[in-house]
Design a protein around this ligand. Structure first.
Ligand SMILES: [Zn+2]
Ligand SMILES: [Zn+2]
Length: 652
């Protein structure tokens, strides 16, 4: 390839198909535009990114943010000041400072203006300029925020402003910075972008929200427009349908409708569990306890407040202090526990242990508190107080792998119970900053790897992503909307046994150091409830439903028979209610449906005479009449098997 050739030239030479699909490239590890020139010194490590890659999707979305900014400038004039416009998960945003409020209904106008720029096929033109020149360009344009970003780049070498993605903040290297022009809008940006706006096949603007410049409430409030873009109209349509569905399934909304929990300003980030929420949690925990008992666990409970000295010893003071709450009792310093481990260790240390006792599997449903910034709190999914389904396993070093296999099997059983069968597993290895010897890490990581392989589990390795004290296995479960949630974790601890001088007496009568495994399966049970609500869309399986059956007499005359049916249901241990209002049966059905009660038993003259009930499934509709006892037996089976609810039949 001749000197001076661009990435686009290379793509063209390989084939016109590739040239057409090309979006940007990765050249010697750096993301670059297709117009980037290869330079005289090979060899090159060049990967051309097509619309199949996630990086290309981020580039498309970020480029669309530029086009949106250009459109806003056309509509609102030169007075608009621009903040930043990164790609984010699922889309992009751009922050604008302008005197006028951008009403939601003006988004369509912005979209129309963007469509014009896309039809023009406005190119993205990159220009490298000196830092000083960039400052004067932005100053002349009255772009105060960009000038501030440029000063920060000069000061810290970090372009916090324009970057492809929040997580990829990198300095604009060297003396120069890059400016990009698209349509008539010039922006400070590291790039890369799509070659021209005509390469945006499908986009949609979603909402406008206020956002403080740099998230700082003492700085100006900007207007942030959120949008998204995809490489096909079909992918955009599917995404928007998923967003709609997610809104319907929002656990905060369903939690309120079903009276499961609430939040109050008197306790920000602390969930108040209501009766209905407790029914679900207690059912989950009852099954959890049964499975743990069967798997040979014992259960303990340790205090919430423990002396500050303990947290110095455990290392939490050094590594976790920012997220902890502190208090004083009788002139001494104490901390509220953010984790259960130190308490569990004190129980282990309470008496000597023989090798014959190992492995010891000690579970604790431990209530922990962690400080989260108020801005990130989100219903049950991000709270400051939660119960972890924790356990610590103390064992001989040679037992670690078998113990991990046991945990893997338990995780599998528990996730399947809830219908999570799409599970992603990741193994994180020794990070750069870590304690312990090579040999310890090899043994611990080898045990985790060996256990995964023995169980035939496919996993991804995150090199160097382990905790500083432990390699770990993480579980990510995928819900029915395709969203991934990190829940379970298994860690082989290399620090605590030393710090707490754990010991067992071996066959040789000498003192030895046991291995220690930390593990959680549901993670935070409050958060898990939030995930379940959204996964089920509020339609809980019968075994979890707060009210399982509603008895609905067709009129007042059959209330007495309805009460008899209720007695049978009560006696069988079903959570049932009788609707003895004088409302029409259609209104009773509507009410029970809104409350997501899985079964409605409708009773009238025919049922009273025959001793039957007419069964209506919330999802499937009318199932016909059957003797009350037959319904009870079927419901008992469904509960025993923890069967998932049927999904609504789709259009034929
Ligand atoms: Zn850009
Ligand atoms: Zn622990």
């Amino acid at each position: 390839m001749a000197d001076g050739a661009s990435v686009a030239d290379v793509a063209n030479q390989i084939g016109s198909g590739l040239a057409k699909a090309a979006v940007a490239a990765r050249l010697n590890g750096e993301l670059v535009d297709l117009s980037a020139v290869l330079g005289p010194d090979g060899p090159y490590d060049l990967v051309i990114l097509t619309d199949k890659s996630d990086e290309a999707l981020s580039i498309l979305r970020h480029s669309t943010a530029h086009v949106m900014a250009a459109a806003v400038r056309r509509l609102y004039g030169d007075g608009v000041k621009f903040g930043i416009g990164p790609a984010i998960d699922d889309g992009f945003y751009y922050d604008f400072d302008l005197p006028e409020r951008i009403a939601d209904d003006r988004l369509e106008q912005v979209e129309a203006e963007m469509a014009g720029i896309i039809a023009e096929g406005a190119p993205f033109e990159r220009r490298e300029v000196s830092h000083d020149e960039a400052v004067s360009v932005m100053q002349a344009a009255g772009q105060d925020y960009k000038v501030e970003l440029l000063h920060d780049i000069a000061a810290a070498g970090v372009a916090e402003g324009e970057q492809l993605h929040d997580a990829e903040a990198k300095p604009q290297a060297g003396e120069t910075v890059s400016l990009y022009r698209s349509a008539d809008f010039v922006d400070l940006c590291r790039g890369p972008h799509i070659p021209h706006a005509g390469k945006i096949p499908a986009f949609k603007l979603l909402s406008v929200a206020g956002s403080y410049w740099r998230g700082d409430s003492t700085r100006p409030m900007l207007q942030r427009i959120y949008g998204t873009a995809f490489f096909s109209k079909k992918a955009l349509r599917e995404h928007l349908a998923r967003v709609e569905e997610a809104k319907k399934r929002d656990h905060r909304r369903i939690g309120k409708d079903l009276d499961l929990f609430s939040f109050h300003e008197e306790g920000p980030g602390f969930a108040f569990m209501h009766h209905n929420g407790m029914i679900i949690l207690n059912e989950i925990l009852q099954d959890w306890r049964r499975l743990h008992h069967e798997a040979g666990y014992e259960e303990i409970r340790t205090p919430t407040i423990l002396s500050e000295a303990l947290w110095h010893r455990s290392g939490h003071w050094d590594n976790y202090r920012e997220a902890m709450y502190f208090t004083r009792i009788d002139e001494a310093d104490y901390a509220v526990k953010p984790m259960n481990c130190p308490g569990g260790l004190l129980v282990y240390l309470n008496r000597p242990h023989s090798y014959r006792e190992l492995p010891m599997r000690v579970a604790e449903l431990g209530l922990v508190h962690r400080h989260e910034k108020s801005g990130v709190l989100h219903g049950l999914l991000r709270v400051r107080q939660f119960t972890q389904d924790d356990a610590h396993i103390f064992c001989l070093p040679e037992q670690v792998q078998d113990e991990v296999i046991g945990v893997i099997n338990l995780v599998d059983t528990i996730y399947r119970t809830f219908g999570f069968d799409d599970v992603r597993v990741e193994l994180s290895t020794r990070p750069e900053h870590s304690i312990g010897t090579d040999e310890m890490w090899e043994h611990a990581t080898g045990a985790l790897r060996g256990a995964l392989e023995a169980c035939g589990i496919r996993y991804k390795v995150n090199e160097g992503e382990g905790a500083f004290y432990a390699p770990k296995i993480d579980y990510h479960i995928r819900d029915c909307l395709g969203r991934s949630w990190q829940c379970g974790t298994i860690q082989v601890d290399l620090a605590m046994p030393e710090r707490f001088d754990l010991a067992y007496v071996g066959q040789d009568n000498a003192r030895h150091r046991p291995a220690m495994i930390h593990r959680a399966i549901l993670g935070s049970i409050e958060r898990f409830l939030g995930i379940l609500i959204e996964h089920y869309g509020g339609d809980f399986p019968l075994w979890l439903a707060p009210v399982q059956v509603a008895v609905l007499p067709v009129s007042d005359r059959y209330t007495t028979y309805g009460a008899k049916v209720l007695e049978v249901l009560d006696a069988a241990g079903l959570r049932a209610e009788l609707d003895d209002t004088s409302d029409k049966v259609s209104a009773k059905i509507r009410r029970a449906t809104l409350r997501r009660i899985p079964y409605m038993l409708i009773v009238g003259e025919k049922e009273q005479d025959a001793g039957t009930v007419s069964v209506r499934d919330k999802t499937l509709g009318d199932l016909g009449a059957e003797p009350t006892e037959a319904f009870v037996a079927r419901a008992a089976d469904e509960i025993h098997d923890k069967r998932l609810r049927p999904t609504a039949p789709g259009p034929a």
